[in-house]
Design a protein around this ligand. Structure first.
Ligand code: ADP
Ligand code: MG
Length: 318
């Protein structure tokens, strides 16, 4: 086996985050295609664009069904299914609450209890009508809003890796603002394994708390350090509890999920964040090929059983 000497890293800012694509051969047209794909997805899914398909669905809530493109329908259907499966934690109808709290968008304050309760009324899943034949989505009550923020990047990462494989790319790293998905084997390492660092926000940037060696998988983290605000020493972060309407209160800083499908990893990282290290790890242990790393407020690390220690700070997955 010849070991490739070069890697080609492309970086751009999109969807409010830094996107990076690493290839091991010079394929500029492939990079352009990924860029164009994400720009297209932004036009379909952005809630900050009033002309996106997702905004059309939200704006027409309480009025009528909206026909969307196939990819948009698939992602919404998946997100609704996952919300049904994990009703106590993951809820794609969280939009009205996210808008109310405005966490990470400046000018935040703790909303009135009555406003929170009002928004919780708009989050019932049986008020979503999906029609697969017509590819239409109907939010039956005015004010309901889909928010795909906890799942969309995973779906995009899966699609991008499939597209790369489809044009003959053998190895790649897709990094969508910290959501990492790998393709093929690592041409720069003799055993083809990849090494992915898990960053802890409480530690200095560039110093991962631990590293994991693995084959081509996806690594997704949900944490409370990206977007939050503080009032009287209390931290309000952006993972909201669909039952109470408040940010989840627990002892965790973050959860990292490692599995094959990035969309699933996104959902599991949010769900296990809610569950915490014990119940969260119990859920992950039941899923084949899936591992998780929990880091609590004291920087205590808990890992699932498939993560084997190699040396200090380095784990591997068989
Ligand atoms: P990150 O933004 O770091 O990727 P997550 O993947 O956990 O973090 O997604 C958080 C985003 O998902 C929030 O900004 C919000 O848009 C949305 N969200 C917040 N709470 C929930 C929830 N309980 N269920 C589904 N989506 C949520
Ligand atoms: Mg997520």
């Amino acid at each position: 086996m010849t070991v490739a000497q070069k890697k080609y890293v492309s970086q751009f800012t999109m969807m409010g985050t830094v996107i990076s694509l690493t290839l091991f051969e010079p394929r500029q047209t492939v990079v352009e295609a990924v860029y164009d794909y994400l720009a297209q997805m932004d036009r379909v899914f952005s809630v900050n664009r009033s002309d996106s398909e997702l905004s059309a669905v939200n704006q027409d809530a309480g009025q009528h069904a909206v026909t969307v493109s196939p990819g948009c329908f698939d992602l919404i259907r998946d997100a609704v299914d996952y919300s049904r499966q994990h009703a106590d934690s993951f809820n794609v109808l969280i939009g009205p609450l996210v808008k109310l709290w405005r966490i990470g968008f400046g000018g935040q304050q703790v909303p009135d209890q009555s406003a929170i309760e009002q928004r919780l009324q708009l989050m019932t899943l049986d008020q979503v009508e999906l029609n697969a034949t017509r590819r239409s989505v109907f939010l039956k009550r005015a004010g309901m809003q889909l928010d795909l923020g906890a799942i969309a990047k995973g779906y995009f990462a899966d699609q991008i890796v499939a597209q790369l494989a489809g044009v003959g790319i053998k190895s790649a790293i897709v990094n969508l603002g910290g959501n990492v998905k790998l393709l093929g084997s690592n041409p720069l390492s003799p055993d083809g394994q990849w090494q992915v660092g898990v960053q802890a926000p409480a530690a200095p940037r560039g110093y991962p708390v631990l590293q994991v060696q693995m084959s081509a998988k996806t690594v997704v983290t949900s944490g409370i350090f990206e977007r939050y605000f503080e009032v009287n020493g209390h931290r309000y972060h952006h993972i909201l509890d669909p039952q109470t309407g408040y940010p989840v209160e627990n002892q965790l800083d973050q959860v990292t999920v490692i599995t094959d499908q990035s969309e699933l990893a996104e959902v599991l990282s949010t769900v296990t964040y809610f569950k915490g290290p014990r119940a969260g790890a119990a859920l992950i242990e039941k899923l084949p090929g899936t591992e998780a790393i929990f880091i609590d407020r004291q920087q205590q690390v808990t890992v699932t059983s498939g993560l084997q220690p190699r040396r200090k700070g380095v784990f591997y997955i068989e």
